[in-house]
Design a protein around this ligand. Structure first.
Ligand SMILES: Cc1cc2nc3c(=O)[nH]c(=O)nc-3n(C[C@H](O)[C@H](O)[C@H](O)COP(=O)(O)OP(=O)(O)OC[C@H]3O[C@@H](n4cnc5c(N)ncnc54)[C@H](O)[C@@H]3O)c2cc1C
Length: 271
């Protein structure tokens, strides 16, 4: 049940859920744990993925930060949410998992990944070295949270022109900024949450170009630009993608490897 809503920054609404319905919820404690939130009535429900920004079992309270954007069922719901409104939610699951033997972390996100990124920063063990690259519309959407880690920030302001007038140079995209980042010459871990095509480009960089061990990065697409066009195109090629996936499973592929094979098939199909 919704308890309250507040704008954390101009493009982010925090909805606090609470009440008896939350008593059975168990947090994994993993900072990018996500829920599936169910919108609509019993006959026509749609699910959307959102991050548990914070959970306090003593309330219990559960905070979810929604990015404000046009034309979204979930985003519209958050804009209109008021105390007493109810949503159904799934169990939580997370991926962020830095190996123990690393010296540094690189955390990369756009607005949708910021709830998980800020939670990860809050939970960093004392002295952990982390670099953040984050894309937000403008300065007012930056978020700096308390941490015991040793954290540096690069904020990219994406407000329309991608042009930083003060510097008179184009603002890089997230994939460009990741390529520009000077990777320390010691073991590290990379976590990325951003738009799907950006995530794919960054994944290719670490996997194909740098040949990193997949255990050293977790790179996820959190949303799709122009999702409606993508879904139309996907419907036309779905049988081809399904065939590739089934063949890969029959060949014993799973996990990251399977995901990459399917990703390649999608890219070949122009998706
Ligand atoms: C693991 C995971 C965790 C996530 N955590 C969060 C979170 O904590 N907070 C959060 O806000 N999002 C989060 N997302 C992203 C969120 O699930 C998507 O943005 C989702 O599409 C929003 O649903 P909607 O109903 O508002 O829009 P949809 O109905 O899915 O899309 C409607 C239109 O809006 C566009 N669109 C969708 N998302 C955005 C966006 N962010 N910016 C601009 N245009 C958009 C689509 O291309 C489409 O044209 C997460 C996703 C994943 C996979």
């Amino acid at each position: 049940m919704t308890i309250s809503t507040v704008f954390v920054t101009p493009s982010m609404i925090r909805v606090r859920f609470g009440g008896a319905g939350l008593e059975k919820f168990e947090s994994t404690g993993i900072p990018d744990e996500r829920l599936r939130l169910l919108f609509g009535d019993g006959t026509a429900q749609v699910a959307r993925s959102y991050t548990v920004r914070a959970f306090d079992p003593r309330g219990p309270f559960l905070d979810v930060d929604f990015v404000v954007h046009d034309g979204g069922i979930a985003a519209d719901w958050a804009l209109r949410a008021k105390p007493g409104d109810r949503l159904r939610l799934s169990e939580a699951r997370g991926w962020y998992g830095p190996p123990t033997d690393i010296d540094w972390q690189l955390l990369v996100a756009d607005m949708t990944g910021l709830p998980a990124l800020t939670r990860a920063i809050e939970q960093l063990p004392a002295g952990t070295r982390a670099s953040v690259i984050a894309a937000v519309p403008d300065r007012a959407d930056e978020q700096i949270v308390p941490t015991r880690g040793d954290v540096s920030y690069l904020w990219l302001h994406t407000d329309g022109s991608r042009h930083d007038r003060a510097r008179t140079v184009p603002v890089p995209s997230l994939p460009e900024a990741v390529r520009d980042f000077e990777l320390p010459d010691s073991p590290g871990y990379v976590w990325v949450a951003t738009e799907a095509s950006e995530a794919r480009s960054i994944r290719k960089y670490f996997h194909r170009e740098l040949c990193w061990d997949p255990r050293s990065f977790d790179i996820k697409g959190y949303w799709r630009h122009d999702k409606e066009r993508w879904q139309q195109r996907y419907a036309q090629v779905q049988h081809r993608i399904d065939t590739v996936r089934e063949q890969a499973i029959a060949d014993g592929k799973s996990g990251d490897e399977l995901a990459r094979i399917v990703d390649d098939a999608l890219e070949n199909a122009g998706l």
